[in-house]
Write a protein that binds this ligand. Sequence first.
Ligand code: GLU
Length: 474
Amino acid sequence: MPDKVVTRFAPSPTGFLHIGGARTALFNWLYAKHTGGIMLLRIEDTDRERSTDAATAAILDGLSWLGLTWDGEPVSQFERAPRHREVAEELVRMGKAYYSYETPAELEAMREAARAKGLPPRYNGQWRDRAPSEAPAGVKGAIRIKAPTEGETVVHDRVQGEVRFPNKDLDDFIILRSDGNPTYMHAVVVDDHDMGVTHIIRGDDHLTNAARQTVIYRAMGWDVPSMSHIPLIHGADGAKLSKRHGALGVEAYRAMGYLPEALLNYLARLGWSHGDDEIMSIKDMISWFDIGDVNKGAARFDFAKLEALNGVHMRRMSDAELFDIFIATLPYLEGGPAMATRLDDRNKAQLLAALPGLKERAKTLVELVDGAAFLFATRPLPIDDKAALLLNDDARKILRGAHDALNAVSGDWTAAAAEAAIRDYAQAGGHKLGAVAQPLRAALTGKSTSPGVFDVLAVLGREESLARIADQID
Ligand code: GLU
């Protein structure tokens, strides 16, 4: 057992960091943190057609937003191509790999012939034992690994258990193409070995690759790292995750107003659990996580659960902490940029004061934007449909009286002072408290729901409150 755990996250930069990739990164990160090890980052940009710098930037941004830090500089797989070539050639020298010289058309004919005989379309190994002197002149060959033909290759997987692959099903696959470029299968092995990776944690769609990669490790005489293939995420209905189910880039989750900590908590519990603990801080996850405890079965992604969990994390957070995250995230949130441009010291202070009431009613930061909109509204306020229903003629009469009662408050303008004035007024006029509070809320916020109306009065201040009420009675 090596003394230090080294994990790695190895995304292909062909798109955003999607939610499944974020979970893979999280499990690598948690395992590294839990064991006092490190997590490396390798950008698998060997496919030049599909890899983009924009995707790499989006992946780094997504990981940073989630707080999934990596150790050292990200490694570019493409830049390591000379080393991949070197190892492939070394395998040839060692007699563990060989050059093959078929044209694409010949390979296709070989596959056709196998299919016609009802066999799987595999390479027939025709160059495996031929002398290099027989090589056709002027043709650059592709290097193929000499895969074992008998027995089985066993992957000792900490999640999937012992998975056995009959060697007759593995053919002599290509490790270096005739153009000198490594295949993905080969590059991953060389990189993981050279980077000192001790634990591979990735999606179970790579399980069969693990068998082929094991063949390369053995051929080089290298130790096979510990393997953990984690189940993919499915939608709430059990089908493969699609956009509709939440197969979005993590930046979409940021825009929807989820907290990194809540999203990580949710992702960690997709396929892993710790007793009945549902709410976990990052510290909890680090101290409790073990890769061997991850389930084999597919995990189901459920937006409603994520949302509920996010609400819990928001309420658990101190107001100051939530305020900082809210302000930092505002430019990314749906409806946030407009609010961000209007932030000044005054409404920042109002926001902080209103936060205890606002966060009781919000499950996401977007709902917080919505709830806080009244602080940023300019008079006369737009009144939404539900609020308009609360401002009928009778209600406006009551509102007029409420205005006068509030106008008469002589001491400090506080929630308690406003409440006392309104209660006295309601009692004297024989109104139920709700009959006064409802139209007040509508006039002050333009909405039918808001934090407690006395808190709203206090946060808005005397002058603005009275002016907003007056707007609705004249
Ligand atoms: N680049 C691969 C992917 O994005 C991961 C390969 C690996 O983890 O070995 O799926």
